[in-house]
Design a protein. Structure first.
Length: 111
């Protein structure tokens, strides 16, 4: 039972994160500043991959209720989903656009 909780939790996180990435292209919410937003192509690609992983994980979880032999695949799917989130996090940390700070403060010296 606990395996199902983790499977569906990670699947929902993947799904919602992917929907947010894809939805931010068409209808930006303003939660991500334009300076650090991902390029549209990579944002769409990451979003579609996350949505696919999330939906496939949920499908496997639901099918395993009717076909008990699929229970053997739940833990590896949780690991793959966690790796997908980890790779996204590493991509955002190391390869996403960064804010370039000005060389001097904008305020006065004795402000």
């Amino acid at each position: 039972m606990l395996t199902y909780v983790f499977l569906f939790l990670v699947a929902f996180v993947l799904l919602f994160q992917g929907v947010h990435l894809v939805g931010e292209i068409r209808n930006p919410l303003g939660t991500v500043p334009a300076e650090v937003a991902l390029p549209e192509k990579s944002q769409r690609r990451w979003g579609e991959r996350l949505i696919t992983f999330g939906l496939l994980s949920m499908l496997l979880g639901f099918l395993s209720f009717w076909y008990p032999f699929l229970n053997d695949y739940l833990v590896p799917v949780i690991v793959v989903d966690g790796c997908a989130l980890g790779i996204l996090a590493l991509y955002l940390i190391f390869f996403a656009p960064r804010v370039e700070y000005m060389g001097k403060p904008s305020g006065g010296e004795h402000h």
